[in-house]
Design a protein around this ligand. Sequence first.
Ligand code: SF4
Length: 379
Amino acid sequence: MFVPYRPRTILNKGKRPDHWFWARYSAYPYIGCQHGCEFCYCRERKYLPHDDVDDFAHVIKVKENAPDLLRKALARQPVDLLFTGDYQPAEHKFGISRKMLEVCYDLGFPVFVLERSPLVLRDLDLLQEIDQRARAVVAFSIVSTPDAPGYEQVRQMERLAPPAGKRFAAMEQFARAGILTGTCMMPILPGLCDGDATLESVIRWTADHGGQFVLAGGLTLADQQRDYFFRVLGERFPDLVDLYETVYPRGSYGSSRWKNTAMRVRELCEQAGIPDRIPRPIIPGDKRSLNRRVAEALANRVYTMDLNGEPGHRVWAYRKASWAIEDLEQEVGLVYRTLGLKGLASIKNVGPQLAREVELMLKEWMHDKEVAGGHSGDC
Ligand code: SF4
């Protein structure tokens, strides 16, 4: 059932981009999802407007005024990456995702689309235009492959979504079109798709279909979504209930097991020659692109330190330094060229030790630029 809906606002704004997808904004055309994946966190109370959690996949609120709201909202914001797009079957009928992409193109905003449906291919032309003007990333949520052990079991948890093979085929077309694409392996489900053979297969299929990253993500279970998930798990996989009770005790996100899996994804990605982080898209003409790269490198260090279980205060020092460089009004290379190491150390939340790390990055990239600059004159 579709319910017309006219919200008053559409745009969610972060103070700065997140460190997973590099998106600062998000805006979506529908509430509820006909794919109805059993693990979907959108059933949590804070996202779902329905009293009955079972309505999530069957009662879809359609934000009829989403494109107009988005145009008004983005016109007042600095250009940065917008997480958008929703290609559930409703999109065939209403086409609101496409209209929102048109707004992004008009206003020069880059986009990040994360999908379980190949319907996103319908908008390949528009996404290419956005990519040329401002950058576009199209990632696919895939947690197993048709030839992986237990694939049919995994499908039991996302049975209304298009099969993984179709998502990989779509990935290949985006890669051929020159758009940054890859896999968000989310959520990796313990006992169903966190075995080595499945992880290795997803990474191999990604590389074989032109994907340029595999980002691992864990399952989150909270309030009514947790109860819903355990009900379904008990019906379809009663043997796994004890495992999930152990990994996801009430009030926890089960991070320790997920970290082991993410470490394994990292090792397998290294073997396959692709990163386990999404390369940050740099918007053409961004005068502070060097700041973005430094912030990205520091954020990637945060991820590694987190996986390695390094002390929280050290992880936070890097996280805050990444934010500081992101927020810096001046171009960080200019700060370094004019004030040297002292200038970097004087940036709030950077300090002398991290300033030296930033200096090494800058020296390397400035050297690369000089080498590239010298070479380009040859032709
Ligand atoms: S496709 Fe995505 S949004 Fe839709 S139910 Fe599945 S996980 Fe949730």
